[in-house]
Design a protein around this ligand. Structure first.
Ligand code: IPE
Ligand code: IPE
Ligand code: MG
Length: 253
């Protein structure tokens, strides 16, 4: 049986191929509100949220974005009703298995960042399997932040480094930004250039605190399940109009 030919999305003509963000990070917020507005259970919003993420991954890939990182579950999200937490864990597992073959066909390299040991054992197995299977793929880097917290990540790095100092393996003076980054979950991945947050909230909710130091932030009122091609186009278009100064004096001054 031959594989179904996949539709390749063309980059909208008024976007500049050479000025795309290399790495897009997204806080997929508003699933619950999306469902509530329709009189549906919150879980329906999460289901539809998966579809929106799948679509975004394909646009990123087709349009030439090298890396996409999605915030799927924060260290604070354990505070939600048990029913919702359990639904999400089961959803992650199901989606991962369902999508693995397609990710292989599309050369996606998936990785998970966060405190993965605290996730249900069966989900951990699927995570390990999917990372192993897609390891040698050559397409987009797709990172899913699951049980991720920026503060937890930084503390964890500090502990590891402190232990190395204590064992006399490194001098405190040797600790610099580049060494520190090697101990973050995201070691080896470039920093996000563009952060997209849906549902209008103007905060970063403990996401990639270190890595986001100079990310351009784009917030839309659209709820995550409604985030589509037009929305992504708008985010990229806004990004391309900005001047990234990194603390220097701008070229437009
Ligand atoms: C984001 O949508 C998904 C997760 C945090 C897992 P929410 O579930 O936070 O939706 P709202 O913010 O309640 O609408
Ligand atoms: C951020 O959304 C976490 C994820 C999208 C996974 P939240 O809904 O948890 O964030 P707050 O509570 O509005 O800050
Ligand atoms: Mg939310």
């Amino acid at each position: 049986m031959s594989a179904k030919p996949r539709v390749v999305h063309e980059l909208p003509t008024d976007l500049d191929r050479n000025r795309l963000p290399r790495h897009v990070a997204v806080i997929m917020d508003g699933n619950g509100r999306w469902a509530k507005r329709r009189g549906l259970p919150r879980t329906m919003g999460h289901r539809r949220g998966v579809d929106a993420l799948k679509a975004l991954l394909r646009y990123c890939r087709d349009w030439g974005v090298e890396a996409l990182t999605a915030y799927a579950f924060s260290t604070e999200n354990w505070g939600r009703p048990l029913e919702e937490v359990e639904f999400l864990m089961a959803l992650f597992e199901r989606v991962l298995m369902r999508e693995l073959r397609e990710m292989m066909e599309e050369e996606v390299r998936i990785r998970f960042v966060g405190n993965l040991q605290a996730l249900p054992a069966s989900l951990q197995e699927k995570i390990a399997l999917s990372m192993e299977e897609t390891r040698d793929n050559r397409g987009i880097w797709f990172t899913v932040a699951t049980n991720y917290g920026g503060r937890e990540e930084i503390i964890r790095a500090c502990r590891t480094i402190a232990a190395q100092v204590l064992r006399g393996e490194i001098e405190p003076e040797a600790i610099d930004e580049s060494l520190f980054e090697k101990h973050l979950y995201t070691a080896g991945i470039c920093h996000p250039d563009l952060l997209i947050r849906t549902s209008g909230e103007l905060r970063i909710s403990n996401f990639l605190l270190w890595q986001m130091a100079y990310a351009e932030i784009y917030v839309t009122d659209t709820l995550w399940p409604d985030f589509d091609r037009t929305e992504f186009y708008r985010a990229l278009s806004s990004y391309q109009k900005r001047e990234r100064r990194f603390g220097k004096v701008g070229s437009r001054e």
